[in-house]
Write a protein that binds this ligand. Sequence first.
Ligand SMILES: *[C@@H]1O[C@H](CO)[C@@H](O)[C@H](O)[C@H]1NC(C)=O
Length: 124
Amino acid sequence: MAYLTLAVLGLCTIGQAIEPPNIVLFVVDDLGIGDVGSFGNDSLRTPYIDSICKNGVKLEHDLASAALCTPSRAAMMTSRYAVRSGMSHVIMSLMVANGLPRSEWTLPQMLKQEGYATALIGKD
Ligand SMILES: *[C@@H]1O[C@H](CO)[C@@H](O)[C@H](O)[C@H]1NC(C)=O
């Protein structure tokens, strides 16, 4: 009888649509972990970021693969060392024509396959 109950609960769970979580990824230059209210800063007000931390998932440990923005972002977008995509010594700007090789599989592409709408807002 216990097995039957579990199986029915399992089917109910499988039958329900599970909403994927929203994902907001901030990539910020020159922001220290102590500059955000939810990470302990009591003099700078960051209520919107604090709200996201309070109501979502607060990640407290992160490593950048490089100290420069372009290789760091390339690695984050591809999950590969920037040197493997040719981005390790590049500083991208609107003045530079090339970017990630089209053969690279990126995080937004993977999220789109899972039904996410993706956008990049801010710095190029
Ligand atoms: C809050 O951020 C400001 C600006 O970076 C910094 O000067 C201050 O020391 C920080 N306060 C704390 C408690 O970390």
